[in-house]
Design a protein around this ligand. Structure first.
Ligand code: ADP
Ligand code: MG
Length: 253
């Protein structure tokens, strides 16, 4: 039943960009003497919608893959219980500090290029604290988690705001915090933001190209790494996402 709902939601989400692409193509096809600026605008619009659709399909595939891998793990567990050998898990040691730095730098240039225009510069990005920490897992997936959290922070924080990143450890966990001074999340929305397709403000979030799948993907990756993701937020003041991942055992070093 959950799967049915997922398919229905996905189809619904795909319909909007398809409709918009169709409208623009119809316009171009039916009016050969459209002023060039208007024709350009229609093309650009169709392109943007096609890109959005591409991202959406990419996100859907990621989720479908992780659903499939969860199921195969369940059947593997049953196979193990029945005396079959476990397939080797692909787990590598990932240096979380290098990964965080890499993602941080990826977002930096946009800031440095900015002229005086605060609108171009966007919110300030700070690396508050970073400790060396290694975890076991898939570097690409963990990078995707960091990018998704940072993307949201940037998306939901006004230009004059600040986003800070930190990486600390306790005895057992590496802890990444992504804090922003943005619009925040209301207590009514907070329990739902990790659900597939959930957006606190459908109209506004759609403008900014979000599909509401980012945090669902984050959660599924984090669970696969035996970690947790938590959020605290005050509307109008900002949000803090806290990601905890089990540290790699010392003998892995
Ligand atoms: N840092 C944040 N500040 C405010 N709201 C957020 C933040 N991160 C996520 N949200 C809320 O959670 C919703 C779900 O996030 P996500 O799954 O990444 O979807 P998307 O970014 O595509 O809208 C967002 O639509 C937004 O309402
Ligand atoms: Mg997002």
């Amino acid at each position: 039943q959950q799967q049915q709902r997922f398919v229905a939601d996905a189809s619904h989400e795909l319909r909007a960009p398809i409709t918009s692409i169709r409208c623009n193509l119809d316009l171009l096809a039916k009016s050969p003497d459209l002023p060039p600026e208007e024709a350009q605008a229609a093309l650009a619009d169709a392109q943007a919608e096609a890109n959005r659709m591409g991202r959406l399909v990419g996100d859907l595939l990621t989720l479908a893959r992780s659903d499939a891998s969860r199921q195969s793990k369940q059947s593997q567990a049953i196979a193990v219980a029945n005396g079959y050998k476990n397939r080797n898990e692909e787990k590598r040691q990932v240096d979380l500090d290098s990964l965080l730095l890499e993602v941080f730098r990826q977002y930096q240039p946009a800031q440095e290029n900015g002229i005086d225009d605060a609108r171009q510069q966007g919110p300030r990005l700070l690396l508050q604290h970073i400790t060396p920490a290694s975890v076991l897992g898939d570097a690409d997936q963990l990078k995707q988690v960091l990018v998704a959290l940072l993307d949201n922070a940037l998306k939901y924080t006004p230009y004059e705001g600040t986003i800070s990143l930190s990486l600390t450890t306790d005895e057992r966990f590496a802890i990444v915090k992504v804090s922003d001074t943005g619009i925040g999340i209301s207590p009514d929305d907070l329990p739902h933001i990790f659900e597939r397709f959930y957006r606190a403000d459908r109209t506004r979030s759609r403008d900014r190209g979000g599909s509401g799948l980012g945090l669902a993907i984050v959660q599924s990756i984090v669970q696969e790494h035996q970690g947790t993701i938590e959020v605290e937020s005050t509307p109008g003041r900002g949000s803090t996402f806290t990601l905890s991942l089990p540290l790699a055992p010392i003998y892995f070093k």
